[in-house]
Design a protein around this ligand. Structure first.
Ligand code: F6P
Length: 337
């Protein structure tokens, strides 16, 4: 007999059951809300131009990025899935200037959610990988409308993090703090099925991902590391390296979870004033939790990403170096020297 396997919902319920009486089912409900948003997005991304979701809008987000049509649709799907069921108390989205509190009269839950509803959205129009990234924090008790300060928690306080990759197949990759598991969307039954249990990042790698067109702006440590990679067997690192660039962080981190590698979006002379390119709450912290839970390392070049103390700006940026543990350490040794 053919089996369905473990669905994401039954997996989450099982994980919660392990907590015994402490689990109220609310966390399960919250993850289910996020899953519903991701399924809705997967469906539209998959339809592409047939669903009239390609192209840009005339608006920009708070960071000055032109918003794609699908950025706004994905954002609305997340909000719609999270604001009605009483599992969430507030949200922060890469696409919104301010923290989003729930409308009056809607039930408040015990969790805060931050999300990048469509990471790598410039890939949308060329039919390449895009994704959603999310992070879950505990909401302050008894506060009707959480503020930016309540979201300003270091990544070590995340209770869950995940991403949904919309690639050749859609995959949800999730950590609740005890390992990382990957689920593939079976479109015929509309369920994510556990296909990649206990994902582990190989400690060693000879593959890196960086946008080399920024090379002249990099710091000396990154300049030297990449120059040594390019030298291959003849260089200081003594091996041939391969390079990949998906231009969607979700795609890079998924590749690293599957076969190892390092991903760098370092601080450089163009983004130094704002602290880097990627956002701490929507990209840095959730991906750092996933990578560390899978045995990898995630650093800014100057310290662990998850220990960065947020400054209260929900759009704070951070330099990112993450992936295979030994290679990240190698890069950090360039920073130290
Ligand atoms: O804004 C985030 C992002 O799209 C990441 O997902 C991706 O890694 C990066 O920006 C791509 O940057 P670039 O435009 O330099 O290729």
């Amino acid at each position: 007999m053919q089996k369905l396997g473990t669905t994401l919902s039954s997996f989450i319920i099982d994980e919660q059951r392990k907590l015994g009486n402490k689990a109220s089912g609310e966390f399960t409900g919250l993850l289910n809300d996020i899953t519903i948003a991701c399924k809705g997005i997967a469906n539209l991304v998959n339809m592409g131009d047939l669903a009239d979701v390609l192209g840009a809008t005339e608006s920009e987000n708070s960071m000055g990025d032109v918003q794609k049509k699908m950025d706004l649709i994905a954002n609305d799907l997340f909000i719609d899935a999270l604001e009605n069921n009483g599992h969430c108390a507030g949200m922060a989205s890469e696409e919104l200037d301010e923290i989003l509190t729930l409308p009056d009269g809607k039930p408040r839950g015990s969790y805060l959610v931050t999300f990048d509803p469509l990471d790598g959205s410039s890939n949308m129009d060329i039919n390449m990988d895009v994704g959603a990234i999310f992070s879950v924090l505990k909401a302050p008790k008894g506060k009707e409308n959480p503020t930016a300060e309540d979201f300003a928690k270091p990544g070590t306080e995340q209770v869950a993090a995940g991403y949904c990759l919309y690639g050749p197949s859609s995959m949800m990759v999730l950590t609740t703090g005890s390992g990382v598991n990957g689920f593939t969307l079976c479109t015929s039954i509309g369920e994510f099925i556990l296909t990649h249990p206990d994902m582990k990042i190989p400690e060693d790698t000879s593959e890196y991902a960086i946008n080399s067109s920024n090379q002249r702006f990099w710091e000396p440590a990154v300049q030297e590391y990449i120059a040594d990679c390019i030298q291959g067997e003849e260089g200081k690192l003594g091996k041939r390296y391969n390079m990949r660039w998906v231009a969607a962080m979700v795609g890079e981190i998924h590749r690293i979870l599957c076969r190892g590698g390092v991903f760098l979006y370092p601080i450089d002379e163009r983004n130094r004033d704002v602290g880097g390119k990627l956002r701490l709450l929507y990209e840095g912290n959730p991906m750092a939790m996933i990578v560390e839970q899978a045995g990898g390392a995630a650093d800014t070049g100057y310290g662990r990403i998850m220990e960065v103390q947020p400054n209260g700006d929900p759009h704070q940026r951070v330099p990112v170096i993450m992936g295979s543990k030994n290679e990240v350490e190698k890069i950090l040794s360039y920073h130290k020297s």
